[in-house]
Unconditional design. Structure first.
Length: 485
């Protein structure tokens, strides 16, 4: 593994820690920084944190035996040994800090200050991950790109992502997710993006952010530590984002599906002539003005993921790529290679039916987009939908709205799961046609039992099945059950 351009001495200085033991050369660069003891590397750094169920300090002897060069902890060595029955024999460099999570962010911020590659920061209410995949995929046609993996988009995941950047990387794409005011400010302080992308302002995290205007305020904190010479790419169709005309004195760049977006803003990159190929993607014509505003080119693209929103994601990727010097051939090839991420509109073909795995997260807007996608199937359509969390005071009404939308979108069977989804079920039941089946299960376990005992009464063979709910509903268990066909 290639080493980071970061030494133990620099780490200690960045987080103002106290070095208690020094068994290795502190000027030697480390190989990695991890919180999971199972992922440690030779000469790497292990950050011992105290969680709800596990105290990372209990693994300190183990990680040193695996060759870790530095442990960062909040407890003195003698305290750890007394609590967990360990001995400091064979321990190497040991750094004590007041708060390991705060130290992690400070180290990441310092490390970012040493990097010279362009970093694209992506946020928004929905579509962050898919947009990240499009942008990273397209940029990979010219650059060696590091991107956020999995759900590493919060105040723990973002610093770990930054600390994965190595000398060979030429660009990075970092997803930034929040749920409260001030959180994006802190993320931006670490990431210091050269290009900021905001996908949309939807109805997510209303419990803390209250209104879409509150969400706009929180998301635009991404600009707080943006590179002074940076660029901003916004969804020109969004009625909130269209109010942002410039950032730090520079005009923003809009992407969309029309040459003129909301608020009569000219759109620099937009798609037209979209031809749906059902669940297998779309063909479209992409129009792109040159970054200097002179001239416009149009070219055909094949978007391999289904739905209008994926074409919009492709336009976002082109908007970023043009700012980083990619030509239309590189953009075209990059878009065509993008693959779905597990849990996010991931199509799984099985012998008995097709699954649309979109069970990572959910909001009213993304629920409706997923139902529109299901509507493209030319088979029987089954939607298994679960609770949406963090919707605030209007949660009941929003669940009801999704239920009504589901039956009017043409699903043959709607399965509602969870306490909040009773409102989804009741609204759907009131509007369903006679031939439509609307079912309710109070818990995920009740649904799993039904699938075990009476699956074929619930799901017709050759059907297309959509799975979508907030992450806390753990619909991956339902997905695995359905894979057992």
């Amino acid at each position: 593994m290639s080493r980071m351009e970061l030494s133990i001495a620099e780490i200690a200085q960045a987080c103002k820690g106290k070095l208690c033991l020094g068994g290795v050369n502190i000027d030697r660069c480390v190989t990695s920084v991890v919180l999971d003891s199972r992922k440690v590397t030779m000469d790497g750094v292990f950050v011992a944190t105290v969680g709800e169920r596990v105290d990372g300090h209990k693994f300190i002897s183990e990680v040193f035996s695996k060759g870790v060069g530095l442990v960062i902890a909040s407890k003195m060595p003698e305290e750890v040994c007394a609590e967990h029955g360990l001995t400091t024999k064979d321990w190497k460099s040991y750094l004590v800090v007041e708060d390991p999570f705060a130290a992690l962010k400070e180290i990441a911020e310092y490390y970012r200050s040493k990097l010279t590659i362009p970093i694209v920061g992506i946020t928004g209410s929905v579509g962050k991950t898919s947009t990240k995949e499009f942008i990273a995929g397209v940029l990979s046609e010219k650059y060696k790109v590091l991107k956020t993996e999995g759900n590493f988009n919060n105040e723990v995941g973002v610093p770990l992502t930054l600390l994965r950047i190595r000398k060979e990387h030429e660009a990075a794409v970092v997803e930034m997710g929040i749920s409260e005011f001030g959180e994006m400010h802190r993320l931006s302080k670490m990431v210091r993006p050269n290009i900021c992308v905001i996908t949309n302002i939807g109805q997510c995290h209303l419990e803390n952010l209250k209104t879409r205007d509150g969400i706009l305020q929180a998301k635009t904190e991404i600009f707080d530590f943006m590179d002074p010479n940076g660029e901003v790419c916004l969804n020109g169709e969004d009625d909130k984002l269209c109010t942002i005309k410039e950032v730090q004195g520079k005009a923003v760049h809009y992407f969309g599906m029309e040459p003129v977006g909301a608020g009569e803003n000219p759109v620099e990159v937009y798609a037209s002539d979209v031809e749906s190929k059902g669940l297998w993607g779309s063909d479209a014509l992409l129009h792109m003005k040159s970054p200097d505003g002179v001239g416009e080119g149009s070219f055909k693209v094949q978007v391999p993921l289904p739905g209008r929103h994926m074409v919009l994601n492709a336009a976002a990727a082109a908007c970023v790529a043009r700012l980083l010097g990619l030509n239309k051939e590189q953009i075209t090839v990059g878009i065509s290679k993008v693959a779905a991420v597990s849990g996010r509109t991931n199509l799984i073909r099985l012998p008995e039916y097709t699954l649309i795995d979109d069970c990572y997260n959910a909001s009213p807007a993304s629920m409706k987009a997923a139902l529109d996608l299901l509507g493209m199937a030319d088979t029987a359509k089954v939607a298994i939908l679960g609770d949406m969390f963090e919707l605030g005071a209007n949660s009941d009404a929003m669940h009801a709205e999704v239920g009504a939308y589901a039956v009017t979108s043409g699903v043959d069977t709607l399965v509602c799961v969870g306490e909040n989804s009773r409102h989804m079920y009741e609204a759907a039941k009131n509007q369903a046609e006679e031939q439509q089946k609307v079912l309710y299960f109070a818990t995920r376990q009740e649904l799993l039992t039904e699938l075990t005992e009476k699956k074929w009464e619930l799901i017709p063979q050759d059907a297309t099945i959509l799975l979508k709910a907030s992450h806390g509903m753990q619909f991956t268990e339902v997905l695995e059950k359905l894979k057992e066909c």
